[in-house]
Design a protein around this ligand. Structure first.
Ligand code: AP5
Ligand code: MG
Length: 207
């Protein structure tokens, strides 16, 4: 199954993607995670992307389209994949349609107020992509899955979060209509507890 997780920053795309991919045995392809790794390794792509990400702006379409095009030809994508955070603009969706046949788009919906609270307390593991919230970490500072140090993302600062939300409404939300018109969109309520949200996604996928 080839699927897209659409939704605003903090909706739970990454959290749910890890579980869905584990269940279905397909790779999670998060353009955000790929870019953050490139920044950490100081590759040319990472150096170019950093200034956009730090401001809460989108990285140019051509950069992320090339990243995804190259990733989807790898052998682990042969039986399907989950795109987490791509596409994020109409031009990205149009480019994707030239090299991939998407089966379903899951739109995870959460209000802006709830998103702001989630992102301010988020902690992430750069090594394995694990995602946590300070409210449930009980003071732990390392990843429960792989033991690496947890960090707060630079773009989870309050003013950058507001910018990311407005970028989402202006540039990414139009994809809801784009994929509805293609008959591919299924919406789930991302404000529900994580397990309920996970079950709603499995239902929407019919698995
Ligand atoms: P990216 O890393 O994709 O960030 P994002 O879209 O802003 O989404 P997030 O990762 O912030 O949120 P999420 O939906 O994954 O939520 P999560 O599961 O972590 O992109 C970062 C940047 O890279 C972009 O701003 C852009 O600059 C660039 N970029 C990436 N892709 C691009 C593209 N295609 N084009 C151009 N630029 C691109 O959960 C959030 C928090 O909520 C966690 O603390 C979690 O524990 C908690 N939580 C999750 N679910 C629930 C729940 N049901 N109830 C309560 N808490 C919950
Ligand atoms: Mg994410």
């Amino acid at each position: 199954m080839k699927m897209i997780f659409l939704g605003p920053p903090g909706a739970g795309k990454g959290t749910q993607a890890v579980r869905v991919c584990e269940r279905l045995g397909i790779p999670q392809i998060s353009t955000g995670d790929i870019l953050r790794r490139a920044i950490k390794e100081q590759t040319p792509t990472g150096l170019a992307a950093k200034s956009y990400i730090d401001k809460g702006q989108l990285v140019p379409d051509s950069v992320v389209i090339d990243i995804v095009r190259e990733r989807l030809v790898q052998s682990d994508c042969a039986n399907g994949y989950l795109l987490d955070g791509f596409p994020r603009t109409v031009p990205q969706a149009q480019a994707l349609a030239t090299f991939a046949d998407i089966d379903v788009v899951i739109d995870i919906e959460v209000s802006d107020e709830a998103l702001t609270k989630r992102l301010s307390g988020r902690r992430v593991c750069l090594a394995c992509g694990g995602t946590y919230h300070v409210a449930t970490l009980n003071g732990a500072t390392t990843c429960a899955k792989c033991g690496a140090e947890l960090i707060q993302r630079d773009d989870d600062k309050a003013e950058t979060v507001l910018n990311r939300l407005s970028v989402y409404h202006a540039q990414t939300a139009p994809l809801i209509d784009f994929y509805t018109e293609k008959g591919l969109l299924k919406a789930v309520d991302g404000a529900k507890p994580m397990d309920e949200c996970f079950n709603a996604i499995l239902n929407a996928l019919g698995v």
